[in-house]
Design a protein. Sequence first.
Length: 257
Amino acid sequence: MENRRKETRTINEWDSQYQLHSKPVGEVRLDPDRIREYNIHPEIRYANRTASMWLGNVQIVGAVAWWDVATGKVKADASALSLILTDARGHLYWQICQELTGELAEFDADDKITGGQVAQIKALVIKYQIPVVCVEVNGPGSFAGKLLRQALKGTGCGVREEFSVTNKQKRILDAFEAPLSSRFLWAHTDVLDGPMYDQMRDFNPALTNQPDDFIDSGAGAISATPVRIGKVVGIPTGQSREHWQLSDGDHEVEVDY
C-alpha cells in the first residue's frame, strides 16, 4: 500500500483511485472549502424615509451581477448569472449563482418581451434590488445586452456590456485566489450546493475546455465589484428598484474657464 501511495502524485489522486472518494486527481488550485457559508437573504430596511440593504446585521453597500451568456441550446455552455454583494469591509457575498434556461428572450405578437432568460434576470433584479447587470458580450452576448435593457426598462437597473479580452483561466484565478486565500469570500448555501462547488474544486488552469461557466460568472462579478452608484432614496412605488446604496451626497462645482 505504501508503494501505491508513492505512485500517486497527490493525496487527491490517492483518495480518488484507492479510497473511492470523489476528488480531483490533481492539486486543487481553487479550494471551495475556503469559502465561508451563510444561509440568509438580503432585505431592504426603511428608516427616516430612506432605504438600506442588510444581510443579517451586516449592511450591504455594493452589488453587481454578471451574466455569462449562452443560448440555452442542448449541449451548449450553461448560461449563468452570479450576484456578488459587498459590505464596507470589502467582504464578498456570493448570493446567486444560477443557470438561466430557454431562449434569450421570448416575445408576444406585439414584440413585447414576455419570457426567456432576460425575463428571469428581471425577476431576480426586482427580488434582490440589483443595481447593475454586467453582460459578457463575447460570442452570443453581442446582442444580449440590448435585449436585457429592453426587459429591464423601468426597473432602475443598469446594464453594462463587458468585452473580455483576458484569458478565461487567468481571469478566474485573478478573481478568486485573493478572496479564497484571505477568506473574505462568503457564499449562500444554495450557491455552495449548486454546480459551482464542483467546478471550482475541479478547475485546472491548464485546460481550456472544461465546465467553468458558473465560476466564470462569479469571477466576472467579483472583478466588477464594488459598484457604488446612486443614493439612498425614499420608499418608491411600483416595481422600480430600491436605491439602497450609500452615497457621499450631491456636490455643486463651479468651473471658471
